[in-house]
Each structure stands twice: as C-alpha cells, then as structure tokens.
Design a protein around this ligand. Structure first.
Ligand code: HEM
Ligand SMILES: [Cu+2]
Length: 842
C-alpha cells in the first residue's frame, strides 16, 4: 500500500466502528431483541436442526418398532402419533424453516445488501415458528400429539373420529408456523426483487437467488390453500360447521384437494432450495462456470408452474374421472423434463470442469445418486396402474425419502460444509466429515432401498406391527440396522461441526475460490455485511474483480458512510438494478417477540377453547403492530440523498416503489389465492358433494348484498381519491386528504354492518355445508372490511401526525391497495352468496 494508505485505513476503521454501533445487537438478554438477518437466520438454522433431531429420534423409534414382527416398543395409538409427528416435524418444522434460515442468512450477502427488507418481520416469523413448533412438541410430550397422519385426512381428523385435542394441535400449531412461512416468503421476494446490488440485473442474479425467488413465489401460492383448509377444518371441529361432513352437504375430498394443492408444491418447495444449493456449490467445486445458466432459470420457473398442476396424482385411488387421471398422470411425468434439464447442466459442468473431490462435492455426489434414484421411482408411481398397486405401501415411503433426503438433506449437508467457513471464519482441522458422509450415505441406502422391496411385497405404511413369516422379517431388520448407521452418521456430523467451530483453523478469505458476493464480506460477517455496497458488472462479481472485498471494506463502494445513525441500504430497480432509493431499516426491538406472544394467545385461546381469549389476543396483536409503525416514516421531506460515487437517491418513504408497497402487493397475492381456494371450495361442494341442494337457502332481497358491496366500492374509491388529492397537495398540512380517508373508513364500516346482518340471516350454518360456506364467504369479506376500516383510520392518524406529504404518500398508497383488494374480493364473495341459492335450487 502507498503512503496514503495509513490515514485512509484509519478512516476505514472508523467507518467500521460507526457501522457496528449502528447495526449491532445488544449482548446478553438484549439478544432477544435481535432483528438482524445474520443472527435470526442462524437461529432459524439451529432451531430447524433441533427439530430435525427430534424428527430423527421419532424415525428411530419407528424403525425400532418395525425391526421385528410384533414389535413391542409402542402400541398402535402411540405409533400413530409417532409417524404423524415424524412426518409433520420433518416437513413443517425442519425442511421449510431450514431453507428459510439459509435464505435469510445468505440472501442479503449474496445480493450485496446489508439486511433483508423487513428485519422485524424476520424476527416475528422466527418467534411464530418457535411458538408453533413448541405447541406440537409439548403436545407430544403430554401424549396428545396429532395422530391422523401428516396429511390429516378427513373424516379421520374430524370430531367423530378424533374427539381429543390431538387434531387441533396439528391444525393450530401448523397454521402458526405457516404464518412465519408466509412472512418469510413475502420478505424474501421483495428483497430479491428490490435490494440487489447496483448493476446486478435480473439476468446476473446468482442462481441461488433465482431458486429462492421461485420457491418463495410457490409458497405464496401454495400455503394459502392449506391455511384455508386448516381454518375450515378447525371451524368444523370447534363450531360444527360441516365443510367436510358428507351427511350434511360437505365432502372429505375437499380437504384432500386443499391439502394437495399445497402438498405437492410443498415437495418442490423443499427440493428447489436444495437444487439451488447444488447449482451454487457445484460450479465452484468443478472450477467452471455453470453450464446453461439461462436453461436452469427457465426450468426452475417451469417447475414452479408445473408443480401446481400435479396435486391430483396423490388422489389417483379416490375415484377421479378417467380423463382427469390421464391428464394428471401425463402432467406428473412432464415435470421430469425441467428437472432433467438441471441434472444435465450439472453433469455438463462437472464433465467440462476440473472437479475437486472436496467435502461439499462428496455430499453432492450423494445427492446425485439418491435423488436420481428417487426420481426414477417417482416416474413409476406417476403411472396410474402402478400407483394402484403400491399406493400406501412402504414403496411410497421409500420413494418419498429418496426424493426428500436426496433432494434436500444431502444438498443441505453439502451447503453446511460449503458455507461453514463463512459462518465461523474457520476451516476444519479433522476429516470427520468424510466418515460421517459414508455412514449417512450407506445407512440411508440400506434403510430405504429395502423399503421398495417390502412395499412390493405388500407391506402397508402406517402399520405398527406385522405377522412373522410373510417374508417381511429380514428386510425390516436390515432396514432398521441401516437407520441406526445413518443416525450415527448424523451424530458424527454434529460432533464435526462443533469441533470445527471450537478448534478450527482461521479460514483464508474465500477458501473455495467462489465468485459470489457473500465471500466479499469478512468471515464471520459483520452486522452490516458490507462497509460499503458493491457495483456488479457480471455474473461473477468476485471473479471479475478480486480487489472488490478490500474496496468495499475501505468504504469505496456505495453508502460508505454512517449517516445520522440510520441503518441504510440501497433499493434498486427490479430488473435493471439501478439505485432508486435509500432504504432505512429498523434496529433491534422487542416488538416482534411481543407480537408473536400475542399471536400465541390467539392460538392458545382457540386450542383450549377459551374463545374470549382469541379476540383479546387479536386486539393486542393489532395494537402491537401499530406500535411497529411508530418509527417508520419521517416528518419531513428529505429530498435526494447522496449515496456515494457521485450519485443520489430518495429515501424509501419518498420513492415510488418502496419495499413495503411491494410487500403489500405480494401479501395480497397470497390472500387472493386464499380467497380463490375458498370460492373453489364453495363451487366444488355445490357441484360434487352429496346432499345438495340444501334444505334452506339465504333468501335475502338483492339490495342487501348490493348495499354491502356499495360500501366496499365506495371505500375503495375514497382510498384512491385520498392518494390523488394528496399527490396534488403542496406543503399545506392536511391537504384535503383526510375527509376521503374518513369516507373510506365509513364505507368499510357500513359494509361490515350489512355483511354481519347477512351472515346472521344465513339459515343453519351447522345444518348444511351450504350455510357454512356462505358464512365463510361473508366472514372473509367482513374480516377484510374491518381491517380496511382500521387501515383507513390508521392513514388518518398518520396524516394528522404529520407523516404524510405529497412526496411521502406510502401509507395512503398501501391503504389504497387494501381497499381495492377488499372491494374486488368482497364483490366476488357477495356475488357468490347472492347467486349460489339460485344456482343450487332448481
Ligand atoms: C432421518 C432418517 C429418516 C428415517 C429413518 C425415516 C423413516 C420413516 C419411516 C419408516 C416412515 C414410515 C412410517 C410408517 O408409515 O409406518 C416415515 C414416514 C415419513 N417420513 Fe421419514 N424418515 C427419515 C427422514 C425423513 C425426512 C428428512 C423427511 C422430510 C424432509 C421425512 C418425511 C417423512 C414423511 C412426510 C413421512 C410420512 C408420515 C405419514 O405417513 O404421515 N422423513 N419416515
Ligand atoms: Cu405430488
């Protein structure tokens, strides 16, 4: 370095100290207030691993029980709980949160940002996950765990056959966890689209971000049907609304549709992040750029779409029409094409590169073998007659684990070894990871390959015991032996990681020679990731500019300063990635924890049937969410702010498309899927459930629903007017927007009254599914109108308090989105409610 190096490095030191003070999290108990993505992401990963251990111990109990005929460990009731909990824990409490954790930890670093778009939401999602998961685990310890299988089919999960609290634990606990998944999906989508480093155009985005973006989109479309199904089933169990009861106009198949609308995409929601890890790690190990970047992107997007057309293949044995069977069988095999494209890209990269058999590569090798085998048996079960043979046998259990463990766990282990030096700043000292690999790999194949055979020999899944002498004894013993081998492998993995963290050698920066931005941070990373933000000019930012890390650390990128003690990062254009705003992020706070606790009150109230507690908790939640907004926004226009490198950009609250506006858009997308599922449910029951037409229908004169609709439309128009009037305003204080906000609130309140009256007038919601569905549609609209009222009044308060100006119109615009959405879905719901009687009655 030159003589000028000394003072400039002093400056850099000061910059780091200042940023650390601004972005840091207090120590000790104060850690509970953490919202920083590095901390919360790590928490997600550790918690998910703890749940994996719990799920794994349950799996060991299963294998111990099935090792010999007449296994004597557990009886049938307990066995039901064990496999249900194993499946549910692995799917909902391990796989999804683990991928969320990796995404939360990695994404900002990969994209060149300082944090995710909504740090407090990250923390809120984490607490919801922990509380929801705890409900399930505590229930298991008390012996009242869910026992209806991880897909909770009705009527088995209905009151008649599951009178206890067990099914409620599943429905409420899982829904609680789903909230965190939806939060993560919204936040991840917005972050990837709006917070990439300048110059990282959409076609230069790291493949991992593409995979996660598609996965998050699938979560927004896939989880709402399950949330809706859970709400309806819980309403049936708690309030006797017969959505799934065929003796009263319901239909158990409705649950199956709603569940698999979620359940099939879920398999890809688990697989795609795994594949994303493969696409990230493999080229680094092969020392060659990935072959076919564009092809991979296209096929990932294709998988996203195709997977939603496939859910019916889980229902081939339910008596679906033959034409539909043919269609869904063909579509199920179709998804093999984009998956095949990715596999060929990976193989081509390996063949054309100079692969090194380092530890992550070894685990990738395990992934290839196991996943491809699972894909082959998947094509087998997509063939309808074959599925009829092996349906609900251990063949399916084997297939499922080849896909899930192959497609997610092996890539995850590869990723663990790949990114561990980044997280810990160390490299391993002992080669235990290799031994662990072979134990896991051999153990896995011994456990599950055998299950194909027992399945073909006719051994059903979900049975706690079998007779000796049917040829199942020896294979089951071998399978259980394999399971224990695999468990030893995982135990060794844990030991290895602990030793690595404790005794590892200090890692050089970028030990694998990767070219993605996360390796431009210090390892372990600082709370602010980058002392200044990078500019990207290709797909290999670090490969193209090896001096980048020191440039950034020296403060020579964007935002290389600490302005007014604020946590600042850049927002960029969605595709072109030109800087378009300075995003100001909130610091550590206990609010997410408190809000999640209030959410917990709602769920516990419902679970223990203390129904007055639920609205109390909900009101508390709402109040706390209001507090979140206290320090978002500003009282004055700040105008363009310098962002370094001679450029400037407005603060996000003065920008056209700030993250929270987009977050509302994506939330409404998820909400719209929920509404569509509800409308689908109403039409499905009418067309195909037994026992229709209902004995009585709602006989409301047409003007009642029309008045309700008019209120919603008026609210929406008033909301838009408020934005328009505000846009024309000069500096004068209330600028004429307040009356319009008041009108919007009044419109919602007016609509709410009529919606409630209509719901009260609906005949016999407990007598027939018609009434139940009608009330559900009206409640949906009513809930949105009520929240619309709150939004409008909130806008009014923000306006009065001085947060809003012509330039700072965000609150109004977010409200307008909600009002518009409520009018559209409310009108659709009212139309259905008004016409359904005429459709069902001859
Ligand atoms: C760690 C090694 C594992 C072993 C030894 C194991 C073993 C088993 C066995 C034997 C069953 C069948 C129970 C029965 O039908 O009677 C089962 C079911 C299941 N497993 Fe695993 N499993 C493992 C890991 C996983 C992972 C990582 C996942 C998901 C990411 C998973 C998801 C499931 C699901 C969804 C079911 C179905 C549960 C049900 O029928 O409701 N398993 N497992
Ligand atoms: Cu499927």
């Amino acid at each position: 370095m030159s003589a000028a190096g000394a003072p400039s490095s002093d400056l850099a030191m000061r910059l780091h100290r200042d940023l650390d003070r601004i972005w840091g999290t207090p120590p000790g108990v104060g850690r509970l207030s953490a919202v920083n993505h590095t901390i919360v992401g790590r928490r997600f990963i550790i918690a998910a691993f703890v749940f994996f251990t719990i799920g794994g111990l349950l799996a060991m109990l299963i294998r111990a029980q099935l090792a010999t005929p007449h296994g004597a460990f557990v009886g049938p009731e307990l066995y039901n709980q064990i496999f249900t909990m194993h499946g549910s824990v692995m799917m909902f409490l391990f796989a999804i949160p683990m991928f969320e954790g990796v995404a939360i930890y990695m994404l900002p670093k990969l994209l060149g940002a300082r944090d995710l778009a909504f740090p407090r939401l990250t923390a809120y999602g984490f607490w919801c996950y922990i509380f929801g998961g705890s409900i399930l685990v505590v229930a298991m310890l008390l012996g009242v765990a869910p026992d209806g299988g991880w897909f909770m089919y009705t009527p088995l999960s209905s009151n008649a056959y599951s009178p206890g609290i067990n099914a409620d634990v599943w429905l409420l606990g899982i829904t609680f966890v789903e909230i965190s998944a939806i939060c993560a999906a919204v936040e991840i989508t917005v972050t990837i689209l709006k917070m990439r480093a300048p110059g990282m155009t959409i076609d230069r985005m790291p493949l991992f971000a593409w995979y996660i973006l598609v996965t998050a989109g699938m979560m927004l479309a896939g989880f709402p049907p399950l949330i809706l199904g859970s709400i309806l089933l819980e309403a049936e169990r708690a309030f006797d609304l017969p959505f799934f009861d065929p003796t009263r106009g319901g239909d158990p198949l409705l649950w199956q549709h709603l569940f698999w609308l979620f359940g099939h995409p879920e398999v890809y929601i688990i697989f795609l992040p795994g594949a994303g890890m493969v696409s990230t790690i493999l080229p680094v190990m092969a020392r060659r750029e990935i072959v076919g970047y564009t092809w991979i992107v296209v096929s990932v997007v294709a998988v996203g779409f195709l997977s939603f057309g496939l859910w019916v293949h889980h229902m081939f044995t339910t008596g679906i029409p033959h034409l539909a069977l043919g269609f869904f069988s063909a579509a199920s095999t179709l998804v093999a094409i984009p998956t095949g494209v990715q596999i060929f890209s990976w193989l081509a990269t390996l063949i054309d590169g100079r692969p090194q058999l380092k530890l992550p590569m070894l685990y990738l090798f395990g992934f290839f073998v196991v996943f491809v085998a699972g894909g082959l048996t998947g094509v087998m079960v997509a063939v309808v007659p074959f599925d009829w043979q092996v349906h609900d046998t251990h063949f399916v259990v084997a297939h499922m684990h080849y896909v899930l463990v192959g497609g997610f766990v092996f890539p995850l282990l590869a990723a663990a070894y790949y990114w561990l030096p980044h997280v810990s700043g160390k490299v391993a000292r002992y080669p235990l990871g290799h031994v662990a690999f072979w134990l896991i790999f051999i153990g896995f194949n011994v456990t599950f390959f055998i299950m194909h055979l027992t399945g073909l020999l006719g051994m059903p899944r979900r049975v706690f015991s079998y007779e000796p002498g049917w040829g199942w004894d020896l294979p089951n013993l071998i399978s259980s032996f394999g399971g224990f081998l695999m468990t030893m492998g995982f135990a060794l993995f844990v030991v290895d990681v602990l030793l690595h963290v404790r005794f590892g050698r200090t890692a050089p920066r970028n030990p694998w020679g990767a070219s993605t931005l996360e390796w431009a941070t210090a390892t372990p990373p600082a709370s602010y990731n980058f002392a200044s933000l990078p500019t990207v000019s290709g797909r290999h930012p670090l490969g193209d500019a090896p001096e980048l890390p020191s440039d950034l650390a020296g403060g020579r990128g964007y935002l290389g300063f600490a302005r007014e003690g604020r946590q600042e990062t850049l927002g960029t254009h969605m595709t072109a990635a030109t800087p378009d705003q300075v995003i100001v992020l909130p610091g550590p706070t206990y609010l997410p924890l408190y809000t999640a606790l209030a959410t917990g009150v709602v769920f516990l109230g419902l679970l223990f049937k203390v129904y007055w507690l639920a609205p109390v908790g909900a009101a508390l939640m709402l109040a706390l969410f209001m507090l979140w907004t206290r320090d978002t926004g500003q009282f004055q226009d700040r105008g363009p702010l310098p962002i370094g490198r001679g450029a400037s950009a407005p603060a996000h609250s003065e920008a056209a498309g700030p993250p929270s506006w987009w977050a509302m858009v994506f939330t409404l997308v998820a909400d719209g899927v929920l509404f569509s599922s509800l409308a689908f449910g109403a039409l499905f029951l009418w067309v195909s459930a037994p026992g229709w037409p209902p004995p009585q229908v709602l006989e409301a004169p047409w003007w009642k629903p029309a008045l309700a609709g008019a209120g919603l439309v008026a609210a929406a128009l008033a909301g838009r007017r408020a934005v328009a009037v505000n846009g024309k305003a000069d500096a004068s204080r209330s600028a004429g927007r307040d009356p319009w906000l008041l009108l919007a609130a009044a419109g919602h309140a007016f609509a709410l009254v009529w919606l409630v009256l209509l719901a009260l007038g609906t005949p016999g919601p407990t007598l027939h599914a018609y009434g139940a569905v009608t009330v559900a549609l009206l409640s949906y609209a009513g809930f949105h109108a009520a929240l619309g009222c709150v939004f409008a009044l909130f806008g009014l308060w923000r306006s009065r308090a001085g947060y809003i100006s012509a330039a700072r119109s965000l609150d109004l615009r977010i409200g307008a989105l909600w009002h518009g959405y409520t009018a559209v879905t409310g009108a659709a719901a009212l139309l259905l409610v008004a016409t359904l009687p005429r459709l069902v009655m001859p």
